[in-house]
Design a protein around this ligand. Sequence first.
Ligand code: ADP
Ligand code: GLC
Length: 483
Amino acid sequence: MSKILYISSEAFPLIKTGGLADVAGSLPVALLKQSQDMRLLLPAYPEVLNKITRSKKLSAKTYYNMPVEIIETRLPGSNVIVWLVDCPALFDRPGGPYSNSHGQAWHDNALRFAVFCYVAVDIALNQLQLNWQPDVVHCNDWQSGLVPALLSLHTERPATIFTVHNLAYQGLFNHQTFIHLHLPDELWQINGLEFYGQLSFIKGGLVYADKITTVSPSYAHEILSPEFGYGLDGLLNNRSEHLSGILNGIDEKHWNPGTDKYLKQKYNRHSLAKKPRNKTQLQEELSLPVDASLAMIGMVSRLVEQKGLDIILQSLATLITMPVQLVILGTGETHYEIQLTEWAQQHPDRLKVIIGYNEALAHKIEAASDLYLMPSTFEPCGLNQLYSLRYGNLPIVTPVGGLADTVIDASEKNIKNKTANGFVLEQQSATALLNSVQRALALFQKPEVWRQLQVNAMRGDFSWQTSAGRYIALYQQALSPNC
Ligand code: ADP
Ligand code: GLC
């Protein structure tokens, strides 16, 4: 058993903006089940404080003249101990974890997450009288990137792991910020936090962590190339012997069509005949024509370039002439929100666009849809294709990252050997997307083949069990003296 400090800037169900929250809300639970002694470190945003029921104060200290308290609680629905970094000056404000309600990044994000990192470092070095010192500190994304960097300055320290959920978000700030934060001078170097004259939080993880992981094996490979490396591929190539990919799992309790609390009509792979009832209900709820013969194509996503919105928009004129209904739920870049909403207004029978974040609707869309659209330009892992597989809703994906690692194309050969579970585009283009939808619709007309594809999808194992075991093996490696 090892003591693991798992650091994340979001964790479901306490606070969520994307897949990182799903992972941080479920991997620590799986690690605890496999006998690791877990602590999850999270900022005490107001949304989090409103959701917790029991809590106690553990420790207090001042950082940059601001009082900070550590509050202990539990991750709802589990026994994972959560330590909240309560610094009202930085975290107690309305809006999101990273940006205000207009979508603008908080002006003091560097300071907010520097404090978060310094608290983590103090815990790692047993400076806060918490009576618990981790063997391993597991950081996630740029918000915890300074932790491995700061810990590298100490000889007696825990092992460090840094997981990249998305290399596109790097936590870049100007050099002045480095000075204002009084970060140690020796960290300002090319083989340190400096990135073309800027302060890079993510480099703190990539340069200094003992081990680096990404959330799928294919993405671990892709980020070694300039196309996916965002200027960090050189550094990653240098550290490639310490880089590996471990596929995300899913919370199988929360994403289970057999028990899903948001569904009136539950089903599993032995009762697939009940699934279409979810489509009828959603058609009624969203005022779409009620028609079982139309294939419903769902999408629940951040509306950003990464998610393939450009090729979706290029395909829409043709897509809406096909026997389909598209249901898109998301928030993100304003120009995508506006364009999609305009298309939906012009074609109300074919396309429904719901701008907003809605957990219940996300589950209903997964259950109602026949196909799921995820033609990402890159995808470190992707969770929605996994939820779709579990709900017998066949994903249409690009052959990148975690999508390539989890979706098996419905080629003739794969249909025959019963491995096919979705549709993989030949490349990321509108033409390839339309070809795949055509292929899917042809198979949708063959109920027996379709049913088999759904069964193949639904019997996939996307539990955390195997991947949690891989993390534990990696922790052991990082702890070994010759790491
Ligand atoms: P990413 O983290 O890149 O956004 P993932 O596929 O890993 O992509 O995870 C996205 C998570 O966020 C999923 O759980 C998805 O259901 C959820 N999600 C995204 N947008 C919305 C939304 N508008 N409403 C509800 N859930 C959403
Ligand atoms: C990121 C990635 C997504 C991944 C998620 C959780 O947000 O964009 O692909 O599934 O993190 O690891």
